[in-house]
Design a protein around this ligand. Structure first.
Ligand code: HEM
Ligand SMILES: *[C@@H]1O[C@H](CO)[C@@H](O)[C@H](O)[C@H]1NC(C)=O
Length: 132
């Protein structure tokens, strides 16, 4: 629900994105049937827009509580097994190393030069690992 609201807001704010998504929906799905999962392979711009909404929407900025299953060294710190870890998704989803000019809403950042959708490894709005 929250992500859908962000999506509506961005579509209002960026009508050129809305128009491109609408064209893709009309071309690929049309008005005579419901969408299906197979359609997404033919809808790179729409996928890129959803990805960008999830990145900028960032609806769970401090993530859910995770914990280490084994001792690990990270950034010079030794973290024992069973330690609660709160990862900062805001920092990841706005890391300029993975998302240049992260403050900009730009679906194209998720497309390659051929216009195909690329999954950015840092796009983890649902986090990674297990919830503890
Ligand atoms: C497009 C955005 C999202 C959709 C459509 C969505 C949808 C859902 C749905 C349908 C459920 C099941 C609710 C129920 O029946 O109890 C759920 C549960 C959950 N969601 Fe999301 N969600 C979204 C985003 C997120 C994000 C960004 C996170 C984490 C950062 C998240 C974490 C969870 C967790 C932890 C649960 C509970 C899982 C459990 O039952 O153990 N969700 N979500
Ligand atoms: C999370 O990261 C953002 C961006 O680097 C930073 O502004 C914010 O203070 C961090 N939040 C916490 C709780 O450390």
């Amino acid at each position: 629900m929250t992500t859908l609201r962000w999506c509506l807001l961005f579509m209002l704010k960026y009508p050129h994105v809305l128009r491109r998504v609408q064209v893709e929906i009309d071309d690929v799905i049309g008005r005579g049937r419901l969408p299906c999962m197979a359609d997404q392979d033919n809808m790179p711009y729409t996928r890129a827009t959803i990805a960008e909404v999830q990145r900028v929407g960032n609806i769970v900025p401090l993530n859910l509580k995770h914990s280490t299953t084994a001792e690990i060294e990270l950034g010079g710190y030794v973290i024992p097994a069973g330690t609660t870890v709160i990862a900062n998704l805001t920092a990841i989803l706005n890391d300029p190393k993975y998302f240049p000019e992260p403050e900009k809403f730009r679906p194209e950042r998720h497309l390659d030069e051929r216009g195909d959708f690329v999954q950015n490894e840092a796009l983890i709005p649902f986090s990674i690992g297990e919830i503890t």
